[in-house]
Write a protein that binds this ligand. Structure first.
Ligand SMILES: [Zn+2]
Ligand SMILES: [Zn+2]
Length: 446
């Protein structure tokens, strides 16, 4: 019991902390315990430590800690990739040899396949170009998506590399370059997740989720089998375990106890399980780690799929959430786009030295219909302002769901866009509104 509780406690705590640190700041968790725990661990605890250190050592410890923290979080280095690899190799080294003799032919095949795939996808996600925007690739990135006149505007430049910003691109401060359709910088692959490697990243998540789940469940099943060999009335499912027999049990005893239907007490059930854990400690702890970590990996995958479902990147979901707060304050206005938007886009493009206008026409089957602006004082911008695109009156927007996300073409098309490079959507014949696979107005987040 002691060993089991300790292992489970440690693994659970690690999983929970990882989840909070990675997801706590996401808009979807605002005003939930996850966000409170995030601010507690990431803001309050460090500032309390800083205050104590200032008093005790005059701040010397915190300076070096901060330097270390900033290196870990803001520099490009493979520490976390190495940690991930060590965890993966170590777990497989500990668990597979002890499980191997008990595996069927099919299980052996599955184990080998599932153990191999994460390495392949990790390699591809880490070493593929996530979609670096350079002078050479600017034209390509410009051709991928249209500007939505809400999050992305023609002519905008990256503050850092001064490069013209293609729609959906973002500068990564860690890689120090602009990336096309940047989702986020991922420390697990020491690379950005962008238009060039998003599919490899998703496959890495899927293969890791399958490995942790299958590995964990198979390991526990094998371990359960060993416990049953020794305590025949025990079962992996607590409600199917029966009391009344010890290690010197006989088949008759087993049947008697089962017939009497005296269900095994949970404490006893745990005691036998921890006997298995103690005797197969490597297999046991790795399986437990797999089982406890797999919800985390599935959660990550689900979060990514949710973003694909709503047609937004993590970066865009953060931007939309800022818009939402401005909408709540009544600061957001929109008006219809004029049909003469092309000149604005072309001016921006030709300014960038991309003169082949045709090459910049987009494969995307829709164009922005509104321009979205923030007002400083809550009043709409003047009707005749020449510096803002669009024509006609400004109307106030209160809800995110009244705004269209230009980059959402429906789940399947969004998936195609991620998995098939430069996928050519069918844009013939239909007006923009009917080209979509479903209603245009969508709720983007909460
Ligand atoms: Zn940049
Ligand atoms: Zn990056």
């Amino acid at each position: 019991m002691g060993v089991l509780a300790k292992i489970a406690g440690i693994v659970l705590a690690i999983s929970l902390m990882t989840f909070i640190i990675f997801f706590g700041r996401l808009p979807i968790f605002r005003r939930t315990p996850i966000a409170w725990l995030y601010s507690f661990f990431v803001v309050r605890v460090p500032s309390a430590v800083l205050a104590v250190d200032k008093r005790l050592t005059g701040g010397r410890c915190s300076t070096s800690l901060r330097r270390f923290g900033s290196f870990m979080m803001n520099d490009k280095h493979p520490t976390v990739v190495i940690f991930f690899l060590v965890l993966l190799v170590g777990s497989e080294y500990m668990a597979v040899p002890s499980a191997w003799p008990f595996l069927s032919g099919m299980q052996r095949f599955s184990v080998v396949t599932l153990c191999t795939l994460p390495y392949v996808f990790l390699y591809l996600a880490t070493y593929s170009d996530p979609g670096t925007v350079s002078t050479g690739s600017l034209k390509y990135h410009m051709s991928l998506y249209p500007y939505d006149y809400a999050l992305f505007h023609p002519g905008a430049r990256c503050y850092t590399c001064r490069m013209l910003k293609p729609p959906r691109s973002k500068h990564c401060p860690i890689c120090k370059r602009c990336i096309g359709r940047l989702d986020h910088h991922c420390i697990f692959i020491n690379n950005c997740v962008g238009v060039g490697n998003h599919h490899w990243f998703l496959l890495l998540l899927l293969s890791t989720a399958l490995l942790t789940t299958y590995g964990g469940l198979t390991g526990i099943q094998i371990l359960g089998g060993r416990v049953v060999e020794r305590y025949p009335t025990w079962s992996l499912l607590p409600w199917r375990a029966y009391e009344g027999v010890g290690s010197n049990s006989t088949l008759a005893g087993t049947l008697l106890a089962a017939a009497a239907s005296r269900r095994m007490k949970f404490d006893t059930w745990l005691m036998y399980l921890s006997w298995g854990m103690k005797n197969f400690v490597h297999l046991g702890s790795v399986s437990l780690l797999g089982i406890l970590i797999s919800p985390l990996v599935w959660g990550l995958l689900a979060f990514n799929l949710w973003n694909i479902w709503t047609g937004q990147t993590t970066n865009e979901s953060l931007k939309w959430s800022d818009w939402k707060y401005d909408m709540d304050d009544g600061l957001v206005y929109r008006r219809r786009m004029s049909h003469e938007r092309r000149p604005a886009v072309m001016a921006a493009i030709s300014e960038a030295g991309v003169t082949d206008i045709l090459a910049c026409s987009t494969r995307w089957p829709a164009e922005a219909e509104y321009v979205l602006v923030r007002s400083e004082d809550g009043n709409p911008p003047a009707r005749d302002r020449q510096d803002l695109p669009g024509v006609g009156e400004w109307e106030r927007v209160w809800k995110l769901r009244d705004v269209e996300n230009l980059y959402d073409l429906g789940f399947l098309n969004n998936l195609r866009d991620i998995f098939i490079p430069n996928y050519q959507f069918n844009t013939t014949g239909l007006p923009p509104a009917e080209r979509r696979g479903r209603p245009r107005r969508r709720v983007l987040g909460k």
